[in-house]
Design a protein around this ligand. Sequence first.
Ligand code: ADP
Ligand code: MG
Length: 240
Amino acid sequence: MIVVDKLNKKFGDLHVLKDVSEDIKKGEVVVVIGPSGSGKSTFLRCLNLLEQPTSGDIVFEGTNITGDKVNIDKIRQKMGMVFQQFNLFPHKTVLENITLAPIKLKGLSKEEADKIAFKLLKRIGLEDKADVYPNNLSGGQKQRIAIARALAMSPDVMLFDEPTSALDPEMVGEVLEVMKDLAKEGMTMVVVTHEMGFAKEVGDRVLFMDNGMIIEEGNPKELFENPKHERTKSFLAKVL
Ligand code: ADP
Ligand code: MG
């Protein structure tokens, strides 16, 4: 679904991604771990061109999206993104947050968009919050709404950047549950997270990133129980 070939990203003199190559297959759940500042967010943001790669190719569903002639907006509609800080629109209700993009970008009628939104709200257990503003929701609820909002566009892949890192501990579980359900339904997912339990239970593959490179990857059990590189070992010793 996504083929990344020799991706490089520089911010001025700072070389953040160094020849990253990776294949993400349809239906796969790929978990990205690594120390702070290693380039995980930049990698994710390059995948949907929130950051412009400095060099290298990203081929998404057969289209080289780093090329000049691509319609980035069309591509982004196929890639849902969920951020650590939720990024809900504060002056819009939950329902408006979810229906805005389907109406504006996909041209759905309000009725069609509402129907999809209520289905999603039901799925995440927040049907009663349709008319509420984000400020009146808990962090866990906000993040579940952010996931629903991304899903409302029927994306082919979902990108998650530390979706539970800003949450109080008691709210982490409810968000991970929604993500687990998504994975079970076969959604292709790339998840940056420090939740090693989630990685083990749901991840098909774990990538360990350090200093702008994918140092090591493997199935979660293999990587967690038998890390090969010193840097992976020392990172895991701190987080497991
Ligand atoms: P991670 O998500 O693994 O913590 P990031 O991808 O956020 O790492 O950051 C990798 C490096 O790139 C860090 O040194 C960070 O300061 C730098 N960086 C990220 N975004 C920008 C930006 N927009 N401008 C300049 N430097 C950036
Ligand atoms: Mg990050």
